[in-house]
Design a protein around this ligand. Sequence first.
Ligand code: N7H
Length: 427
Amino acid sequence: MHFLTVLYTFLALGGISSAASTPQRRAASGLLFNPPGFAPLPSPTTHRGPQPLVAGGTPSLNTSNIQGDILGQASNANALGDPAPIENNWEPVFVDTSSLHGVFLIGANDNTTINAALNQITTALGDSITELYSLQAQARPGAEQGHEHFGFLDGISQPGVEGFTTNPVNGQIVVPAGVILVGEDGDNAGRPAWAKDGSFLAFRQLQQLVPEFNKFLLDNAVFVTGVNGIEEGSELLGARMMGRWKSGTPVELSPLHDNLTIAGDPNLINNFNFTLAGDNSLCPFAAHIRKTNPRSDLSNTAVDPHRIIRGGTPYGPEVTADEAASNVTSIQRGLAFVAYQSNIAQGFQFLQQTWANNPNFLGHPNFPLPGFDPIIGANHGQERFTQGLDPANQTRNITLVQDFIVSRGGEYFFSPSLSAIINTIAA
Ligand code: N7H
């Protein structure tokens, strides 16, 4: 589903117990927060993430160790590859999160509904909450709806969840429910019982430098027989960096040109593995979708624990004529990245740190090292090398001297199940 408008509102909460028993409070099912029961903070000096709710009336709950998850994102920025110091790039609200306690994600098809929902929340919770930051996201207009700002269709590949996904589309791998949902089969982290069926949320505000990205593609266009002209060569480079054409068609199935028949069929668009050529001639090992979901390159048991459900939405306006003409971004736009998983260390963090930022992954003895994920791979703002993007020359090193995605920070939250909200948190 593509939301026309999504508003992300970051809040500090205080005196939550005063509102906790009202019916309106129970209706606030979008509340995401770092809750009680996940309390053992490493130390006041190292913890930079959201504080647990400690308001009176909070049930006393098992405090199992989940430190890997609740260390805040700011303390994690270096490992994620963000440039230092984060103060230079991050939104201040994410740099010092000492009073950031929660986030509401509000999605609807129009602004009136969004504003009504926000109004309902603020009326119900009154002065027990303070809005610290708000990010207005929205689907892109017209034919670009569902596409992110670089122009690629997003949200195609999501794992199915065992016991919940009844009719997976062709090619959709169904993972054990515990990969996404706390306390289900496959999640052995030992969370408190009330947290069952909740999910951890990794939020990132990722700016995209669209004019710069487009210029890079034109400057570095790649050519093979049948691909003619700078436009086709630059489209091909973009598709090989992503692993999909802008329509969503995987390059593994259609390596040199887009194929709208595949793009238009939900049972074709995600129905592939990376073994068709047994190498990277169809899809580079470095491609974003191969780095973040290597599919049959590895066994299911090696890939499944690292699957995430993504729910990001673009934010910011369309590229202006001035920006397109100058190839320089002057207005911020990007992706309000949202990922759900039962364990952030195994999900979002692992994908970013261990696969996307690791030039040796996915190494193959017969091929040159892939280098960084050319879309999201991060090297503290320094240049990143990639190989295998040029189909005519597998050892050509295409170095990315600038990041086209710039982290503006983020935070980790816990999204409780509706029954946890009703029966435990608001009880
Ligand atoms: Fe990525 N993009 O539009 O450029 N991503 N991503 N992502 N991403 C995917 O297959 C994008 C980011 C994953 O199962 C597609 O649904 C952008 C982060 C995963 O085959 C496109 C940003 C992380 C997949 C993009 C961004 C991931 C995936 C293809 C930031 C994790 C599924 C559409 C601004 C750390 C792979 C699709 C699979 C797909 C884009 C960020 C992970 C087009 C713009 C930070 C797991």
